[in-house]
Design a protein around this ligand. Structure first.
Ligand SMILES: *[C@@H]1O[C@H](CO)[C@@H](O)[C@H](O)[C@H]1NC(C)=O
Ligand SMILES: *[C@@H]1O[C@H](CO)[C@@H](O)[C@H](O)[C@H]1NC(C)=O
Ligand SMILES: *[C@@H]1O[C@H](CO)[C@@H](O)[C@H](O)[C@H]1NC(C)=O
Ligand SMILES: *[C@@H]1O[C@H](CO)[C@@H](O)[C@H](O)[C@H]1NC(C)=O
Length: 461
């Protein structure tokens, strides 16, 4: 009965979402109305995205993508100041780095990026088109002499990457855009005026956003740098346009970084803070933005092997996040030449090989009644209502009897290991759960090398 009702409710939700995709609801420029828009289904179903941090900060590639601010901001980092003193002439400016943003022919190949991203099993890409440094990776009319066509690469990096991504039917393309800029005089002036003036917003931020959406038609607008009140950014006004009239009004998703008080409350999916992985079921769709290099979003030459996340930890992050109603956005920072370092390529391809075996438990899954097991730790769950199945993600290889306290067996229950042909034996413990008798599989015959997934069909709950 429970299974029947949950399927029925799922069908209703699916129908209402689908209906809404094509429907002509008009959204008003206020949060109640903006928040009422259902997220297009593709986003929840896709689960995994790749974040690309690539900009002028990729040239010094030292410390982090906050290099400029840590060098010349109000509270300089001694390590960064020292790095500049030792390696550059005293009159060298941050803008001079743009000349070295070489993106050389023969090194940068957006088709190769797209091939790696597709092979990773990710379903969408979010490219940084402008970080807090203000440099636009597309030839913006509103960023004179501080864009990728006028200086540095002399090409449209947003156009090239988005075109390469669009060749893969599995991948959607999205943009990241920083509302504020550390050192923009107009922004600093508005800020000094306690955000009572909006010159920066009307001359820079909003024109850029409209230009990006109209030119590249991204399926994600990932806003950041929302330092200032929501009203200052005119966010709800832009979002109402995005949802009602823009060329991507039916497919686009956005996040929550649209102003100081929107963060973690309003917009589309919630990102709250970086690496947001709450560990408990969230009512509202969220996204865990995390990175392969634990210490920087941008590529840096001072990364140590120990800073790079292991494939085991990455997969564990995925399981925990999706069990709790999240998507995960995994960051990689390309070099100034436009290459992806082999260590990051390896992680992404490892993830893809794992998803090739276990994707059934990830894509199109929904959170289950339980997020993790009640008895055994490091076991996380998802469900597929369409397949009448619950999936248990096991962080460690089970040997002997594995007790699962959360699922209860029915007469119809079967248990299998994804990628392994034979059904697994188990004994029902009634309301106490299930004891799974795990097979003695030699390492070479295991369906995958990290994080194994049990499929439990027709459970009682
Ligand atoms: C994209 O990746 C999928 C696996 O997720 C693979 O089946 C497909 O062949 C790839 N497409 C191309 C064009 O390489
Ligand atoms: C800013 O928002 C106000 C109120 O929603 C609206 O009237 C105005 O046209 C907006 N301006 C721009 C440039 O978006
Ligand atoms: C399940 O996850 C919660 C929240 O992260 C944690 O507090 C709890 O200890 C976990 N349960 C087990 C059995 O490890
Ligand atoms: C596993 O469980 C079965 C049935 O519950 C039991 O007969 C068997 O002794 C257990 N094996 C181990 C190694 O505990």
């Amino acid at each position: 009965m429970a299974v029947f009702w949950s399927n029925f409710i799922y069908l209703l939700i699916t129908l209402s979402l689908t209906a809404n995709d094509a429907d002509s609801t008009k959204y008003e420029p206020n949060w109640a109305s903006i928040d009422s828009r259902p997220l297009p289904l593709w986003y929840d179903e896709g689960k995994i995205g790749i974040f690309i941090h690539w900009g002028v900060f990729s040239v010094p590639s030292y410390g982090s993508e906050w290099f400029w601010y840590h060098w010349q901001g109000p509270q300089p980092f001694p390590s960064v100041v020292d790095f500049m003193k030792k390696n550059y002439k005293p009159d060298f400016t941050y803008a001079d780095f743009a000349k070295e943003f070489s993106v050389q022919e023969g090194l940068f190949n957006p088709d190769h990026w797209a091939e790696i991203f597709n092979a990773s099993g990710a379903r969408y890409i979010v490219q940084v088109t402008k970080h807090h440094e203000g440099f636009t990776s597309w030839p913006s009319k509103y960023s004179f002499n501080w864009n990728a066509m006028d200086v540095g690469p002399k090409r449209d990096l947003v156009g090239e990457v988005s075109a390469a991504i669009h060749k893969y039917p599995n991948l959607r393309y999205g943009i990241y855009h920083s509302l504020f800029e550390w050192f923009n005089p107009l922004y600093l002036q508005d800020s000094r005026n306690n955000f009572k003036t909006q010159d920066f917003v009307f001359d820079k931020t909003l024109p850029e956003l409209y230009e990006l959406v109209n030119t590249y038609k991204p399926d994600i607008v990932w806003s950041d740098g929302c330092n200032g009140p929501d009203d200052y950014w005119n966010s709800t006004h832009f979002l109402a346009w995005l949802y009602n009239e823009s060329p991507v009004k039916d497919t686009v998703v956005t996040n929550d970084r649209w102003g100081n008080s929107a963060l973690c409350h309003h917009g589309g999916f919630l990102t709250c803070k970086d690496h947001y992985n709450p560990g408990t079921l969230q009512k509202r769709k969220f996204e865990n933005a995390m990175k392969l290099d634990g210490k920087s979003w941008g590529f840096r030459r001072d990364t140590k092997l120990e800073d790079v996340i292991s494939i085991e930890k990455l997969l564990q992050n995925i399981a925990q996040t999706i069990s709790c109603n999240g998507n995960i956005l995994i960051n990689v920072g390309p070099t100034k030449d436009g290459t992806i370092a082999p260590i990051y390529e390896e992680r992404l391809r490892q993830m893809g090989s794992w998803l090739g075996v276990n994707g059934e438990a990830v894509y199109k899954s929904r959170p289950w009644t339980f997020q993790n097991d009640t008895v055994t730790s490091n076991v996380w769950y998802t469900q597929r209502e369409d397949l009448k199945a619950v999936y248990a993600f096991l962080f460690t290889w089970p040997s002997g009897n594995l007790t699962l306290g959360a699922p209860q067996a029915t007469e119809q229950t079967m248990i299998s290991l994804l990628g392994y042909p034979e059904a697994l034996g188990f004994s029902s413990q009634g309301p106490q759960g299930i004891i799974v008798h795990t097979p003695n599989i030699p390492f070479s015959k295991m369906p995958c090398q990290w994080m194994w997934v049990l499929k439990i069909t027709n459970p009682a709950n």
